[in-house]
Design a protein around this ligand. Structure first.
Ligand SMILES: Nc1ncnc2c1ncn2[C@@H]1O[C@H](COP(=O)(O)OP(=O)(O)O)[C@@H](O)[C@H]1O
Ligand SMILES: [Mg+2]
Length: 203
């Protein structure tokens, strides 16, 4: 087993074609809160992975989870993070559309990702399909507001990580989003409100 990533919340290990993601405790949190939060996020991530599997959505297959060890065991998705793929090529249009298609399908099923960045997307080495990962902050909601905030944070992530292609990359993603999610209009209208709110806050 080798450690392949350590983020703010979790350590990710790989063993052959299996990934184990373990949420570690954070010293600055009160112990009871820390325990509850890690347990909640572990269960949530497992539940979302199950739901996505039912939908045949491109995401890792869940093998097991344990809310005492705070671990998720899932299939390894072979490929590169979209973040890196996009940095290596000027050909962002198709990938941007595909990101939008994935997010649209997610929202159409009343799921909000909660951490949409190109580091949480993998271009599958064999199929070329974009897979989503990292569902610890995901939740179920049919509210335009929640979906709009998801898009707002995605747009901000694109603007900072992929500034070379911004705003075209976000507009292309929206093309895909609209294709996958026929009731997009009210979410995009809400997104405009969310953006205005963001601007007002800064003043
Ligand atoms: N199922 C998976 N297949 C391939 N790589 C993965 C998988 N799960 C996690 N990773 C790798 O580990 C990194 C961190 O995992 P992630 O679930 O995004 O946790 P974090 O909350 O720390 O961002 C990812 O960016 C990715 O490189
Ligand atoms: Mg991540």
């Amino acid at each position: 087993m080798i450690k392949i990533a350590q983020g703010a919340e979790a350590i990710v290990y790989k063993n052959n074609n299996i990934i184990i993601k373990e949420r570690f405790s954070k010293e600055y949190r009160l112990p009871q809160i820390d325990q509850a939060l890690r347990q909640f996020r572990t269960r949530r991530e497992a539940k979302v992975l199950q739901k996505l599997e039912e939908m045949q959505f491109p995401a890792p297959h869940l093998l097991d989870f344990c809310d005492k060890r705070m671990s998720i065991t899932m299939d390894f998705v072979p490929g590169e993070k979209l973040r890196d793929v996009l940095k290596q090529s000027d050909d962002f249009q198709i990938l941007a559309q595909e990101m939008g298609l994935r997010i649209g399908k997610f929202h159409q099923h009343d799921m909000v990702h909660g951490d949409l960045t190109t580091s949480n997307m993998i271009k599958h080495q064999a199929t070329g399909n974009v897979h989503l990962i990292d569902f610890g902050l995901s939740f179920f909601s049919d509210k335009d507001e929640d979906k709009a905030v998801d898009l707002f944070l995605f747009e901000r992530a694109l603007a900072s990580t992929h500034y070379e292609y911004y705003p075209e990359i976000f507009n292309k993603a929206l093309d895909g989003y609209k294709k996958a999610y026929p009731e997009y209009a009210s979410v995009l209208a809400r997104l405009e409100q969310v953006k205005k709110r963001g601007r007002n806050k800064k003043r």
